[in-house]
Design a protein around this ligand. Structure first.
Ligand code: UDP
Ligand code: MG
Length: 165
């Protein structure tokens, strides 16, 4: 069986993508889902939640010493809007997910990327994507570790989307 975090380097590679509270508040959930869906990636996990402080701190553990950490955790967890957490599957989805999001600082994000199209500042950059296979595994387990929360299903589109011939 495929582990919930997928198999990096194959068509079953998986990544954790989130719409942050500002993206939800601004009505951008459907646009962000659409971009991944239309590209051909497969949605295998989806949930709406206000993350606990513990979850947000664990998710951003590598940034815990940064001056913006407290503000970042508050923004993610204060409940003014929820987070949409997703797991997307497909070839190179970890790297390509980051490309589709655009640079962390929207001032450096190119047009055609999510952040380049919809954001202005680093503290309100509306989306998250795992930055490596290790992060994807950690984040999928953290956000979707419950039983049956990632769904392994076969898309009928697959033969029209995935081939290397
Ligand atoms: N962040 C911030 N100020 C900064 C750097 C980062 O508020 O100076 C926030 C921002 O929301 C960013 C998140 O912290 O998306 C995580 O930072 P990271 O460097 O991991 O960027 P990402 O992986 O989200 O592109
Ligand atoms: Mg990051």
């Amino acid at each position: 069986a495929v582990p919930i975090y997928g198999v990096p380097g194959t068509a079953k590679e998986r990544t954790f993508i989130a719409v942050k509270p500002d993206g939800v508040q601004r009505g951008l959930v459907s646009d962000i889902i659409s971009r991944f869906e239309r590209r051909g990636y497969k949605l295998v996990g989806l949930k709406l939640l206000v993350p606990s402080v513990g979850l947000a701190k664990e998710h951003y553990a590598d940034l815990s010493s940064k001056p913006f950490f407290a503000g970042l955790v508050d923004y993610m967890t204060n409940g003014k809007a929820p987070v949409v957490g997703m797991v997307w599957e497909g070839p190179a989805v970890i790297k390509q997910g980051r490309v589709m999001l655009g640079a962390t600082d929207p001032k450096a994000a190119g047009p055609g990327t999510i952040r380049g199209d919809y954001c202005l500042t680093i503290g309100r950059n509306i989306c998250h994507g795992s930055d490596s296979a290790e992060s994807a595994q950690k984040e999928i387990e953290l956000w979707f570790g419950g039983r049956g929360e990632v769904v392994d299903w076969a898309s009928n589109n697959e033969e029209w989307v995935v081939s290397n011939n």
